[in-house]
Design a protein around this ligand. Structure first.
Ligand code: 5RP
Length: 290
């Protein structure tokens, strides 16, 4: 019990100063509870309202593909430049040092590898996501897949239910089936389905007419990089997405398969947070390339 004898009476009540209403920077998150907002603020830098997420969950579906053969050697040196890490729980627990202290967007469903067609994905137990102190859970949606669309939408639904219970945001990841058109109509539909079903973030692909995809989605969109492009083209892709209203990138191969991954992620960072043009970003990439 505190000593009451020396209790000093308060005198600075700011009488006449109206308590400010705190706005919240992340799109569509104004009405979320504190814990959700705290986690989203770890992912989206409150100064720029954007994020550079580094995705290296590829091994769970592709195995040790180029650039992620040794996460300890390939990825750990890049972690310092990322705002958020997207990976599986296996890699998180075995390779990422717990004192890294970066927000984690955990790959939270699994079931398919590149050796089979899409099949029956299952969800992580929410208790494990809590134990791992993740800042978001990433769930894949196969919109337009006749066999598994409903299953993956149900997975998102369940993840949003359990995430809401414990204050953990969910990122809907739109997968593109081989037969899907990669256009604004498809990505607009898939992104909107994620948001309507409760996703707090959407990860999708850049396309012509992307500003319409962004406008019709009530939560922030981050873009995947997709297959490896020449660095200048990848930086142009980032720039166009940001210019059209994307809230950042969640990039993998275009960073870790680059000739100079550390230079590339810093150039991406310059475009996302620093307002660099693709040309300036590419100059920075060349300067930093060792
Ligand atoms: C797959 C994913 C991957 O993390 C994603 O594709 C990001 O990586 P890349 O930039 O290499 O496309 O979410 O479902």
């Amino acid at each position: 019990m505190a000593d009451l004898d020396e209790l000093r009476e308060g005198s600075e009540f700011g009488l006449g100063v109206v308590a400010g209403n705190q706005g919240y920077h992340v799109k569509g998150a104004n009405n979320l509870p504190w814990g959700m907002k705290d986690r989203l603020s770890r992912i989206f830098n409150p100064k720029t309202n954007r994020t550079v997420m580094l995705a290296f969950d590829h091994g769970f579906i592709m195995g040790p593909t180029s650039g992620v053969e040794r996460i300890d050697l390939n990825i750990l040196p890049l972690v310092q430049y990322a705002d958020c890490l997207m990976c599986t729980r296996g890699i998180l627990q075995t390779v990422i040092p717990p004192d890294t202290n970066k927000p984690i967007c955990l790959r939270s469903d699994a079931g398919t590898t590149i050796l089979t067609e899409l099949n029956d994905n299952v969800l992580i137990d929410i208790e494990d996501a809590i134990r791992l102190n993740v800042s978001a859970m990433a769930i894949m949606l196969a919109i337009g897949d006749p066999a598994f669309e409903a299953k993956t939408v149900a997975n998102l639904y369940k993840a949003v239910d359990s995430g809401s219970r414990y204050g953990i945001p969910v990122m809907g990841v739109t997968a593109v089936g081989k037969q899907m058109a990669r256009d604004a109509r498809y990505f607009g539909l898939a992104s909107r389905v994620c948001a309507e079903n409760g996703a707090n973030i959407v990860k999708t692909y850049y396309c012509e007419g992307f500003e319409k995809v962004i406008a019709a989605c009530s939560v922030p969109i981050v873009i995947a990089g997709g297959k490896k492009l020449p660095e200048k083209e990848a930086l142009e892709l980032c720039y166009k997405a940001i210019n059209d209203g994307a809230s950042g990138v969640d990039m993998g191969r275009n960073v870790f398969q680059s000739a100079s991954p550390a230079a590339m992620i810093q150039a991406v960072h310059g475009i996302v947070h620093g307002g660099l043009t693709p040309e300036e970003g590419f100059e920075l990439f060349k300067e930093l390339t060792v």
